[in-house]
Every structure is written in structure tokens, then in C-alpha cells.
Design a protein around this ligand. Structure first.
Ligand code: CP
Ligand code: NVA
Length: 304
């Protein structure tokens, strides 16, 4: 496995499978209160430039449960905010911590960190991708559906960072992925083309939510305006108003469809209250699995 996880294209199908297996093993140990602390004496830096509840706390807890120490670094409180070059910060942080999880706006900035660090760098969300989210979400799919092969996974909403990571996973793992997005909010075509080179997923993109949800085994949604797009919220609310995951969509899906959302959710926008709180929703399992998957990622990258 490569040193970094900047996008899911950094992983092979074998890497995905190894991480699923390890995450399930670590989850089982955790449930049975068996300690596994291979990262004693190691440190994870979490350099965050955007808000986070789940990703931050699950990575911090993951590191502690593995015997290591997390250090949260608010980017705005570092010299980066006073224009210290990324390449200098990257080289300095490499001398202190054993791994860096970075949440920021630009994927290019993350790539620059990767270039100038000697430690593993993990993408904890950028404007373009959210790879670790999809790793843990696939673990949830495996637990609820027994696997990801041959099932129909449907994305409803914005062609955003989370959807791009689904697209990467689809090509590497050969998923059957349908995305229903409003015109003008489709995933980035360049990202699709880059992922297409990596494998053989089946991807359909449409604006017809009912067609997309028909017979779906998994329906996934995310916010209409991502972090950094707050000033587009009113325009987006209008453009996305018929892209809500609600009872009508579930009626055409497979009877045992699971509904997923990376959270935070906006009830009454991308998902109805009744569906989010309903029996098909697995969103709390998704949130939990971020902890177990992040442990698998840290154990793999840091103890290499
Ligand atoms: N799903 C997710 O990444 O949540 P946070 O923004 O709270 O980390
Ligand atoms: N697309 C969302 C995901 C949040 C976890 C955002 O970038 O804000």
C-alpha cells in the first residue's frame, strides 16, 4: 500500500479488502474489550482547516485506542495562516509526528503536503474528495448487505467531494453506482475519466431520481451545500428541491434498501426527517464505523 491516502485511487482492490478485514477484526476486539495497542509511542497530527465532528473525534479516538497520541492542530492557529509555505510546514511536521490527517479546501494543497512530508498523509476531506468516509461506508454496506458486489448503489444529490470518492471506489472495486444529480451539479467529468482508467465500475449519471432509486439496495445522500459553499445555499436549495431522499423514493427501491448519509444531515432538505429516523436508515452505524475504519487505516499506515 502507498504511503498516503489522498484519494481512493491510491488503493488497490486488495488494499480495500485488507482494510475491511482489519477494521472488522479491530471492531470485534473493541466490542470484546480486547486492547490492541500497536501504536504506543506514535503520534498522529490532525491538521484541520474546516469544521469536523465525526472525522476528527473518530481519528483521535482511534489513535488513543491503538495506544498512540493524537494532536489536533487548528490550521488557523498555525503559521500557515500567516503564509508560512506548505513545503516548510510539511518538512517540520514530519520531524514531530508519525502521520498527518489533513482536512482542508484544496486537494492541491494536500498533494503538496504529501510531496514534502516523509510521513503518511491522510485526506480527512477536501473540496474534491472524502476517501476515508467511503472506506467506512463500504464497511457499513458489507455489514448490512453481506458485500458490495452485484448490488445497486444510488447517490442522490450534489456531485460533490463525497460523490467523487464513491466514483473512485466504484471503478477500483467494480461497483454498480447510479448518481442522480440536478443539471449543473453533476460530478466532475475529469474525476470520472481519471477513475475510469483504474478499473471497471458501472456508472450511470442521471437527473431522474425515481429511475435512479428504482430497485436500489443502497440510497446515499449528502448536504446540498458543502463546507465552503455556504453563500450558494439559497440558489442550491432551489436547484435541489426535488432531490430529497423521502418516502416516495424508498417506495421504488428494493424492499430492504438501506439509507446512508455521511452526516451532518439537514432534515427537510436532502433527506426527510421520517427517512433519516426510519427503519431503513443506517446513519448511526456509518458514524460508528468511522472509528473502526480509521483504526485500520492508522494501524496499516503507521506500523508499515
Ligand atoms: N462525515 C463527516 O466527515 O463528518 P464531520 O464533518 O463531522 O467530520
Ligand atoms: N460534502 C460535505 C461532507 C461533510 C462531511 C462537505 O464537504 O461539507
Amino acid at each position: 500500500m502507498k504511503k498516503d491516502i489522498l484519494t481512493l485511487l491510491d488503493l488497490s482492490k486488495k488494499d480495500f479488502e485488507m482494510l475491511f478485514e482489519l477494521a472488522l477484526e479491530l471492531k470485534k476486539k473493541h466490542k470484546n474489550q480486547i486492547a490492541d495497542m500497536p501504536l504506543a509511542g506514535k503520534t498522529l497530527g490532525l491538521l484541520f482547516d474546516k469544521q469536523s465532528t465525526r472525522t476528527r473525534i473518530s481519528f483521535e479516538t482511534a489513535m488513543i485506542q491503538l495506544g498512540g497520541t493524537p494532536i489536533f492542530i487548528s490550521a488557523k492557529d498555525t503559521q500557515i495562516a500567516r503564509d508560512e509555505p506548505v513545503r516548510d510546514t510539511a518538512r517540520v511536521l514530519s520531524k514531530y509526528v508519525d502521520c498527518l490527517a489533513i482536512r482542508t479546501y484544496s486537494q492541491k494543497l494536500l498533494e503538496e503536503f504529501s510531496k514534502f512530508t516523509t510521513i503518511p498523509v491522510i485526506n480527512a476531506l477536501t473540496d474534491t474528495y472524502h476517501p476515508c468516509q467511503i472506506l467506512s461506508d463500504l464497511l457499513t454496506v458489507i455489514e448490512h448487505k453481506g458485500g458490495y458486489e452485484g448490488i445497486k448503489i444510488t447517490w442522490v444529490g450534489d456531485g460533490n467531494n463525497v460523490s467523487h470518492s464513491w466514483i473512485n471506489a466504484a471503478f477500483v472495486l467494480g461497483l454498480n453506482l447510479t448518481l442522480a444529480c440536478p443539471e449543473g451539479f453533476f460530478p466532475d467529468q475529469k474525476i470520472i475519466e481519471k477513475a475510469r482508467d483504474k478499473g471497471s465500475g458501472k456508472i450511470v449519471i442521471t437527473s431522474d431520481t425515481l429511475e435512479a432509486a428504482k430497485d436500489a439496495d443502497v440510497i446515499y445522500t449528502d448536504v446540498w451545500a458543502s463546507m465552503g459553499q455556504e453563500n450558494e445555499h439559497i440558489v442550491r436549495k432551489q436547484a435541489f428541491k426535488s432531490f430529497q431522499v423521502d418516502k416516495k423514493l424508498l417506495e421504488v427501491a428494493a424492499k430492504d434498501v438501506i439509507v446512508m448519509h455521511c452526516l451532518p444531515a439537514h432534515r427537510g432538505e436532502e433527506i426527510s426527517e421520517e427517512v433519516l429516523e426510519g427503519k431503513h436508515s443506517v446513519v448511526w452505524d456509518q458514524a460508528e464505523n468511522k472509528l473502526h475504519m480509521h483504526k485500520a487505516v492508522l494501524k496499516t499506515l503507521i506500523s508499515r
